[in-house]
Write a protein that binds this ligand. Structure first.
Ligand code: FES
Ligand code: FES
Length: 162
């Protein structure tokens, strides 16, 4: 089947089989390797992407649902101010997720900040626990997201009062 959709802000098109999943489409057809492919069953969270504004595991999205949708991967998210806030927040807090989980953690954190601009530590831990990782420091990640929340609030204030 032919799939037309918006990927990281651009109109794209590709061929897919009925059994293909969005994670495979992104990695195999578009070489977006920031979308990790691990459990392929919705459990590890490492393949998170934004689909029509909702953060979802791409391995659970069948090809037919991709048609006409808007998809943002970590590669697209890296072009945004929200990414800069999180990158700076993580840097300041000493949170250094590895390349394997970094993209999914940042997308999960970004989706939380969209919903809750000033999240509590417990909310951050709950949201980030949807991404499998045993090695990062939870306290540093909480500080990183809360620092990013402050940077984001400041940026939005200045934008509103420019
Ligand atoms: S590869 Fe998609 S949730 Fe694990
Ligand atoms: S899997 Fe990336 S820091 Fe643990």
């Amino acid at each position: 089947m032919k799939l037309d959709f918006i990927l990281n802000g651009e109109d794209v098109s590709c061929q897919a089989e009925a059994g293909d999943r969005l994670s495979e489409i992104l990695r195999d057809r578009f070489s977006l390797l920031g979308v990790k492919s691990d459990c392929r069953s919705g459990h590890c969270g490492l393949c998170l992407v934004s689909l029509n504004g909702r953060t979802v595991p791409a391995c659970l999205v069948p090809a037919f649902r991709v048609r006409g949708s808007e998809v943002i991967t970590i590669e697209g998210f890296e072009q945004t101010d929200e990414y800069s806030d999180l990158r700076e927040g993580f840097r300041k807090s000493g949170a250094e997720p590895c390349e394997f989980c970094r993209g999914a953690l940042l997308l999960a954190a970004a989706s939380l900040l969209e919903e809750r601009p000033r999240p509590e530590a417990q909310e951050i831990l709950e949201r980030l626990s949807t991404v499998f990782c045993r090695c990062h420091d939870p306290a540093a990640l909480v500080r990183g997201v809360q620092t990013a929340a402050e940077l984001r609030a400041r940026r939005m204030y200045f934008r509103a009062h420019r």
